[in-house]
Design a protein around this ligand. Structure first.
Ligand SMILES: Nc1ncnc2c1ncn2[C@@H]1O[C@H](COP(=O)(O)OP(=O)(O)OP(=O)(O)O)[C@@H](O)[C@H]1O
Ligand SMILES: [Mg+2]
Length: 320
């Protein structure tokens, strides 16, 4: 049987005029096209996106460095194109490995924005899916499901969380294989308008790539997201509070450090996501604390302060 050839129609109804042309079309050098890295960064506003990323995301130094490398490649490609130098669009499919809550989805969103600003993809949106969005329950259901998702993602980034669940070697007739095959074709043939990011735990992803060399060979960039160090988690907490107009009272930051030291030992610890959840619960406790006093006028100070007791009454401190 001949393998069907999959080509997914573009998601956009009409091409957007502002976008860069595909790099593989040799174009005549434009007169007023940018000639310096600075020109391209200013015109596309990519410098700002990279600076925001540096400032807003705590830690992740290796990830940030890789993002800059990728941006550099695309900027230089842009300048080459402006001088009429033909080049193939580089393959930019990636894997993001790391534990839960290490910032994979957050970075993928920023990556999509950078790719869009540099004209690599038309729309720059992110479609996040898992196995269930791609693979059907019955024969004949998988191809339409996968193609529908690819169609939605065209012009942007397809983010497949826990991608290794697509491959189930223990089940010979698993439909996941069908989804993988369609993905492989589209990743090869339509890579100038779709970037696929496979995300998940590092060890499982390594196993997945070993069993799926076709997939492995199409991934150009492997980014590893390390767990956050305790001081990074505390800094993340501070940023999250700040963004919501809260602050720690004297002693509350220490209490939160104590909270984190215990929480990381417990099951289901999920890095920055656990920090976010802990802060949400601290806000609840602050609200309950303020709620009981019906007649007190609440100042700005009262309303914005998370007290040590709002942290210390967490269940995490009650066990052992
Ligand atoms: N380096 C960071 N600095 C500040 N906030 C962060 C950082 N990393 C993650 N966060 C925040 O933590 C939360 C979880 O991050 P995100 O969803 O990106 O993680 P993830 O790796 O995709 O997790 P999961 O595997 O659970 O999907 C988000 O609210 C995000 O804003
Ligand atoms: Mg995520």
């Amino acid at each position: 049987m001949n393998a069907p050839l999959y080509r997914i129609p573009g998601g956009a109804s009409a091409p957007e005029p502002q976008q860069a042309q595909p790099a593989n079309e040799a174009v005549a050098p434009a007169q007023d096209a940018p000639r310096t890295v600075g020109d391209v960064l200013r015109q596309t506003d990519v410098e700002r996106v990279l600076d925001d990323l540096d400032r807003e995301l705590v830690g992740l130094a290796p990830v940030k460095a890789r993002l800059r490398d990728i941006a550099a490649l695309l900027v230089i490609d842009r300048l080459r194109m402006n001088l009429g130098l033909a080049a193939q669009n580089p393959s930019l499919h990636m894997s993001f490995t790391g534990n839960p809550g290490t910032g994979k989805t957050t970075v993928a969103l920023r990556m999509a924005e950078i790719l869009h600003r540099l004209g690599y993809v038309r729309k720059g949106h992110l479609v996040a899916v898992t196995r269930d969005d791609l693979v059907g329950q019955y024969i004949g259901h998988t191809a339409p499901k996968t193609k529908e998702v690819l169609k939605k993602a065209m012009g942007g980034v397809l983010f497949i969380d826990e991608a290794y669940y697509l491959y189930r070697p223990e089940n010979e007739r698993d439909y996941g294989q069908e989804a993988i095959e369609i993905l492989l074709q589209v990743m090869e043939n339509q890579r100038d308008d779709l970037v696929v990011i496979l995300a998940g735990y590092k060890d499982r992803m390594d196993t997945f790539f070993r069993s799926n060399p076709g997939m492995s060979s199409r991934i150009a960039h492997h980014l590893d997201f390390p767990d956050y160090a305790p001081d990074e988690l505390l800094t993340i907490a501070g940023k999250m509070l700040d963004a919501q107009n809260y602050r720690f009272a004297d002693g509350a930051a220490d209490a939160f450090a104590g909270y984190l030291a215990r929480r990381v030992q417990q099951p289901h610890f999920a890095n920055a996501r656990s920090v976010r959840n802990a802060i949400d619960r601290a806000r609840l406790r602050q609200a309950s604390r303020l709620f009981v006093d019906r007649d007190r006028e609440l100042t700005r100070e009262d309303l914005t302060t998370i007290a040590a007791e709002d942290i210390l009454s967490s269940r995490v401190f009650q066990t052992n």
